[in-house]
Write a protein that binds this ligand. Sequence first.
Ligand SMILES: Nc1ncnc2c1ncn2[C@@H]1O[C@H](COP(=O)(O)OP(=O)(O)OP(=O)(O)O)[C@@H](O)[C@H]1O
Ligand SMILES: [Mg+2]
Length: 172
Amino acid sequence: MSEVADIGQKGEVVLAARNVAKSYGNIHALKGVNFDIRRGEVTTLFGENGAGKSTLMKILSGVVQPTSGEIILDGEPVAFASSSQARDRGISIIHQELSLAPNMNVRDNIFMGREIMTATGVDFAEEERQTRLLMEELEEDIDPLTPVEELRLGQQQIVEIARALSVNSRIL
Ligand SMILES: Nc1ncnc2c1ncn2[C@@H]1O[C@H](COP(=O)(O)OP(=O)(O)OP(=O)(O)O)[C@@H](O)[C@H]1O
Ligand SMILES: [Mg+2]
């Protein structure tokens, strides 16, 4: 699970791990890991159970902090103390376990915690309009007013992706 560092070459590495290690007590989850994520590309990471895939993704998205090594964003070292700090820099993560409220509709899930407000309250019409645009962008025929629990699992994952995209994620 390693890749040669080459920031500065063509293909533009936007996010990278450099010689990252993570230990939990005497368990070495990661050791000497180099990993590049490039603009406009889908990057796949694979490895056996316990190889450290989730740990690396959590480090790149600020959920956990490395024991040593560096995270490089746009060529500059960064240290994320939390996932919200990573999100502020455009990095979002979608966990395998979904984080949607099943009894709420698609629109309300996408804008949960960051509702669009008018002087008189939540602007549901604008939220619905933006949700429709997101679904068009993702080429998904999902009605914004459908309760999430009525969607198939794959569609629920689309809702998670739409929510991440709607907060201007550069790296998902
Ligand atoms: N919070 C933790 N405390 C202690 N050990 C941990 C913790 N998180 C992960 N580990 C250990 O670190 C190693 C890497 O785990 P990780 O979950 O990153 O692997 P993975 O590649 O995602 O595995 P899987 O394919 O099963 O999802 C494993 O040995 C795991 O037991
Ligand atoms: Mg995992």
